[in-house]
Design a protein around this ligand. Structure first.
Ligand code: GDP
Ligand code: MG
Length: 688
């Protein structure tokens, strides 16, 4: 069966913006213009914040554009990270009045980190105070970006009525129903426009010697050359190469609300943003390497002829069709009925249905290929972040990096029946959202959920109640502490016929336990090594000081054997668990706490109070900056001290202060504070 779109005609994009810059409006207008009827609210909106990352699809100039939704709120940066992994290009939406705000900075930096090519649109040009050039300057100052205007707006605010295309120097005007008409360039703008074109050409010449030659020979600038289609095509090609190579960010102008600037934006998406073929081969690990059998990194080209590999970037539950997995195919192709393997779950599943979601409904597909985005029905227990692949040649694509959960709270079901429903619902929610963790406290047996901030957990508890009608008693939010080891140590243990000796050492990897076997020959069978690994993993889930999860630990299996007949896996697991705990105690255990990065924006008069208050909260100021007449403080503070900060800041800045906060890193808890925490946890467990 033929695939629907060849990869060079695919664009996987996301729109990113500060809240209220116009992301939703722009997306709606794109869907409207491309003929998808956006009557269905495809973006799940909660509390005015777009929370869930999904994908929708539209067609422009024979190009299939998959729009992957990216949320704007900082508490949900993990969702942004997740979408950055699967999209190839980004449209950054800025407000022509508000400009570049702090959340845009956060998201821009993430896009820098993932080296995602971007184009930008300065939206809301119709608003009073709109200033296209100021926004471009802010992109330089605040984002260290290299904006390259490819349009020059005609008018601003009420008088915003068109733009001059700086590639062709052709002016356009919107008339009724937002139709675009070519017009003569207004005389008073002609000079500025040709200077804008010069600047554009100069930037392009920096990355293209041939273009530079033509430019110096005067072949690009004469009256006839400007309108020459071949010149235009060459400029577009270099613009595309520079955008994909991250040399600059083309900038357009518009007013989504008035349907202005959407067509040129779509053209720019097709012309400048990368197709999956422009992306490098994707790398992954051989899942068999983990047990020490084989090693090696695998790589897959974005081609249909390669073995199939795809990343599950979102799992949601549809009331009608059940569990839906959004996948990004990196290599190979997938047809309905195919068998796929999920290395993380160690299970295969057969693909029930393949869908593409349009704004006005879904389309059944027979087959998807490299670069495609699709929805798979019937993937069983696949969770967000899982790889699915060809069962014959398994691969685990590089895991997505998610911030650590910093806050946890206890949920208590009222009845056994409620508990069952609670467990099932939480399992489902955590498959959808990898930053949301469900644990069972080993000591008290209570259900604990952990997330990235007070708002994150609040929204989840809200969903439990409203969407799933689960009733539970909700505890107070608490800090998600962790435990780790201070040094290196070895220990051994025996359970029945199984003997295990292992070594633990501190590691930098916060996400996964690093486990390696140094046993030689077939001293222990492979399945038993898996059992040993499982025993260690289980011990790490509840720590040794106060039952917080253990992290950043390297474990090496030094030796192992079974006496007489093969010892059972249960025995190996038990022995591993005892040896691990023993080794950790010898190495020394310490409590870790999440430290948050804060950006606090206040008028000058309140800076003293803010700093004084932060000192009381064990906070540290890293820097002070001025932005739009306000002071911007960059600070770090332990999560434990930051509960209710919103209210506190409001009260001592008379409502003028603002802040954003997200996870920075884990730090050891100061001794005195740590003893307190451990005593408190022990006290609770003792009472329970
Ligand atoms: P989002 O938070 O980025 O998704 O922003 P929305 O698309 O929800 O827009 C926020 C508000 O700005 C809404 O009231 C929109 O109607 C308004 N808005 C969006 N685009 C424009 C525009 O181009 N001009 C004007 N004047 N308002 C706009
Ligand atoms: Mg929105």
């Amino acid at each position: 069966m033929a695939r629907t779109t060849p990869p060079e005609q695919i664009r996987n994009i996301g729109l990113m913006a500060h809240i209220d810059a116009g992301k939703t409006t722009t997306t709606e207008r794109i869907l409207f213009l491309t003929g998808s009827n956006p009557t269905i609210d495809w973006v799940a909106q909660e509390r005015g914040i777009t929370l869930t990352s999904a994908a929708t699809t539209c067609l422009w100039r024979d190009t299939r554009i998959h729009i992957i939704d990216t949320p704007g709120h900082v508490d949900f940066t993990a969702e942004v990270e997740r979408s950055l992994r699967v999209l190839d290009g980004v449209v950054a939406v800025f407000c022509a009045v508000g400009g570049v705000e702090s959340q845009s900075e956060t998201v821009w930096r993430q896009a820098d980190r993932y080296e995602v090519p971007r184009i930008a649109i300065v939206n809301k040009m119709d608003r009073a105070g709109a200033d296209f050039d100021a926004v471009c300057r802010q992109m330089v100052d605040r984002l260290a970006a290299r904006p390259l205007p490819i349009q020059m707006p005609i008018g601003s605010g009420e008088s915003f009525c068109g733009f001059i295309d700086l590639v062709t120097l052709q002016a356009y005007e919107w008339r009724d129903a937002a139709e675009l008409h070519p017009i003569r360039t207004p005389e008073e703008l002609a000079d500025t426009a040709s200077r804008g074109r010069e600047r554009l050409l100069e930037a392009l010449c920096e990355i293209d010697d041939e273009l530079m030659g033509s430019y110096l020979a005067g072949e690009l600038t004469g009256e006839n050359q400007v309108s020459d289609p071949q010149t235009t095509q060459r400029i577009h090609q270099v613009l595309r190469r520079g955008t994909i190579g991250l040399s600059f960010t083309p900038v357009l102008c518009g007013s989504a609300f008035r349907n202005r600037g959407i067509e040129p934006l779509l053209n720019a998406v097709v012309d400048y943003l990368p197709s999956p073929l422009d992306m490098p081969a994707v790398e992954g690990a051989n899942p068999l390497a983990a047990v020490g059998a084989v090693d090696g990194t695998l790589s897959r080209m974005p081609a249909d002829a390669e073995p199939f590999s795809a990343l599950v970037f979102k799992v949601t539950t549809d009331p009608v069709v059940g569990s839906l997995a959004f996948i990004r195919v990196y290599s190979g192709s997938l047809s309905r009925g195919d068998e796929v393997y999920n290395p993380a779950r160690g299970k295969s599943a057969s693909v029930g249905r393949l869908l593409q979601l349009h704004a006005d409904g879904q389309e059944e597909l027979g087959r998807v290929g490299a670069g495609d985005i699709a929805v798979v029905v019937g993937l069983g227990l696949a969770a967000t972040g899982d790889t699915i692949c060809d069962p014959e040649t398994p691969i685990v694509l590089e895991a997505m990096q998610f911030p650590e959960p910093v806050i946890r709270l206890v949920l208590e079901a009222r009845t056994a029946l409620d508990q069952e429903k609670l467990d099932a619902t939480l399992a489902r929610l955590s498959r959808e959202d990898p930053t949301f963790k469900v644990q069972v406290d080993r000591v008290s047996g209570q259900t604990v959920i952990a997330g990235m901030g007070e708002l994150h957990l609040e929204v989840l508890v809200d969903r439990l109640r409203r969407e799933f009608e689960v009733s539970a008693i909700v505890g107070e939010p608490q800090v998600a502490y962790r435990e780790t080891i201070l040094g290196e140590a070895s220990a051994d243990a025996r359970d029945r016929d199984a003997y295990v000796r292992l070594r633990v050492a501190p590691s930098d990897d916060t996400q996964e336990m690093v486990f390696r076997s140094e046993t030689v020959g077939g001293a222990i069978p492979r399945e038993s090594i898996s059992a040993i690994r499982a025993g260690i993993q289980e011990s790490m889930q509840g720590g040794l000081l106060a039952d917080f999860p253990m992290n950043n630990i390297d474990v090496v299996l030094e030796d192992g054997s079974s006496r007489g007949a093969d010892a059972s896996d249960v025995a190996f697991k038990k022995a591993a668990s005892i040896a691990f705990r023993d080794a950790c105690h010898k190495a020394g255990i310490v409590l870790l706490e999440p430290v948050m990065k804060l950006e606090i924006v206040v008028p000058e008069d309140y800076v003293g109070d803010v700093i004084g208050n932060l000192n009381e909260r064990r906070g540290r100021i890293q820097g002070v900056d001025t932005r739009a007449g306000l002071q911007v403080l960059d600070a770090r503070a332990p999560m434990a001290e930051m509960f209710g900060y919103a209210t506190a800041l409001r009260s001592f800045s008379q409502g003028r202060g603002n802040y954003s906060m997200h996870f920075s890193h884990y730090d050891p808890v100061p001794r005195a504070v740590g003893d307190d925490v451990v005593a408190r946890v022990a006290g609770v467990a003792g009472n329970g």
